[in-house]
Design a protein. Sequence first.
Length: 427
Amino acid sequence: MKAAFYTLGCKVNQYETEYMSELLKNAGFEIVSPHQEADYYIVNSCTVTATADQKTRQNIRKFKRKNPNSVVILTGCMPQAFPQEAKALKEADIIFSNKNDGDILNLINEYNTNKRRVVNIDPHKTGDEFWNCSITDFNDRIRAFVKIEDGCDRFCSYCIIPMSRGRVRSKELTDLKKEIISLANNGIKEIVLVGINLSAYGKNKDFDIADAVDICCSIDGIERVRLGSLEPDHITDDIIERLSANKKFCPQFHLSLQSGCNKTLKNMNRHYTAEEYKALCEKLRETFDDASITTDVMVGFHQETKSDFIESLEFVKSIKFEKVHVFPYSERKGTVASKKGDDVPRQEKERRASVMIKEAEKIRRRYLTELIGKNTEVLFESQIDNNTYQGYTKSYLPVRIKSSANLIGKTVNVKIIDVFEDYCIAE
């Protein structure tokens, strides 16, 4: 039997796809590309935006149309947050929520036995424990995402995530250590710790995110450890000091901003001010050599005036982020913000996004250009063509180099000699 996964959304979804993929492989399934013919197509959905929901619907219908005799499976965040909309997708033969990823084999067997549609959407509840999922590989790569946290308690006014992921819960350190040892034994050299609200890891427990980094750094074979997206108000001086003590830790910080305007931050129910955010960026750059700070910025949120947008734009320029992901506000049914309306016209949102993107690209281009002539370490991960390899610096800067030797999995000292598009060229 052949199974193909199509994954939308964040690194947590990618981890969960790997987890389900290993469950199927261990049961004798062959995992193939979603572009190939398969007996089972599994769509692991995202529901952060309306566009993500649209992509989910399109792909569910595409796979059933492409192979009418296949079994099409829908899982992930969409059925968890919007169960009725998920059930309405008649092309999906099996529907289950992200809470039930570990049941994928049982649900397939139930469908095959009864020859009837299976819908199993188990709502998240307060007090749910972390599902002890683990992986041993990551799609034959040398860098693996490892989920250590799930759920979110922040309730930002625009966000549907608490409905699709439930409350904060964390993987135990003993389980994490076993997983990292297994990954290291299978050739993984870099670990990226991920979660829905990663910086809340260990909430109501006797450990925190720095403890998780310590565990990963202690494992032989693991050369680098980095963190996924972080909430800025959770990063304390103590956390920073403890992270800086680990030589394997990569000082690349993706700090979710959303807006540089305090009025907008308050409307979003974010838990920090622009001034507090800036102070954290300064602290990180003072503490870590070559610290890289990247972020997400939303434009056109409810009641964001033109002057509010300019304030946010100027803030982004002042921080000089190494990279910025810019996106227009998308109203999500069921959130607090959706009850207030969407008063910024679509064309204005797109204009603001275009302006913000252009300024962010200028900053990134200057950053890349200033690296020319500098020496750095690169862990190479992939082969672009016969003699060109690509890897990343500790600050997650993509670097390409020509070599007659196979560099995959090797850490090499290089000199940056040029910049092309969004990557550096080295020798």
